[in-house]
Design a protein around this ligand. Structure first.
Ligand code: HEM
Length: 158
């Protein structure tokens, strides 16, 4: 199933129109779901998860999960990428994901997430701290080399 995906992650190029919401198939048969759509599937008889922008219907897997049903239900209807990665799942576990794949997170919802991360990482405040640090080092080094130069001159004169 996973092979059918035309993964445009990061490009946000062609698949951003509203026709793709609510599970409607776009090009290549890939279905796109919004966060709103996914949020509704948070019950033991209807569980969806987002992992790395892909949507999985894990309803039939709940009872089989080696880590227990509870942890999956806590994440149902939401983005479980972080919890999934925190556990350090094996390659086998990652391959198992394919059989539960049903579609992709809508591009609009991905873009929002990415913007948020970029904003928080690259805050003006942290940039100021770096600039101050470099300015301080620059002035310090200038003074040091000037001192050494003056010393050399003095030694040369005497
Ligand atoms: C559909 C998604 C998932 C699949 C296919 C999956 C599959 C597996 C598999 C095969 C294992 C056995 C160990 C391994 O091979 O890595 C496992 C263990 C485990 N999983 Fe998942 N898992 C999924 C999602 C999650 C999520 C979202 C969480 C956390 C909220 C989670 C928490 C755990 C825990 C705590 C263990 C037990 C680890 C241990 O005993 O060392 N899993 N999972």
């Amino acid at each position: 199933m996973g092979e059918e995906i035309n993964d445009n992650t990061g490009t946000g190029s062609t698949n951003t129109n509203s026709n793709e919401t609510n599970g409607e198939a776009a090009d290549g048969g890939v279905k796109y779901y919004t966060l709103e759509d996914i949020r509704l599937h948070n019950m033991s008889n209807d569980s969806w998860l987002i992992i790395h922008n892909k949507i999985y219907d894990i309803t039939s897997f709940l009872e089989e999960h080696p880590g227990g049903e509870e942890v999956l239900l806590e994440q149902a209807g939401a983005d479980a990428t972080e919890s999934f990665e925190d556990v350090g799942h094996s390659t086998d576990a990652r391959e198992m994901l394919e059989q539960y794949y049903i579609g992709e997170l809508h591009m609009d919802d991905r873009i929002k997430e990415k913007t948020k991360v970029v904003e928080s990482k690259d805050s003006g405040e942290s940039r100021c701290v770096y600039l101050d640090f470099y300015k301080f080092n620059f002035v310090y080094l200038q003074k040091r080399s000037l001192g050494i130069f003056v010393d050399m001159l003095k030694k040369g004169i005497t």
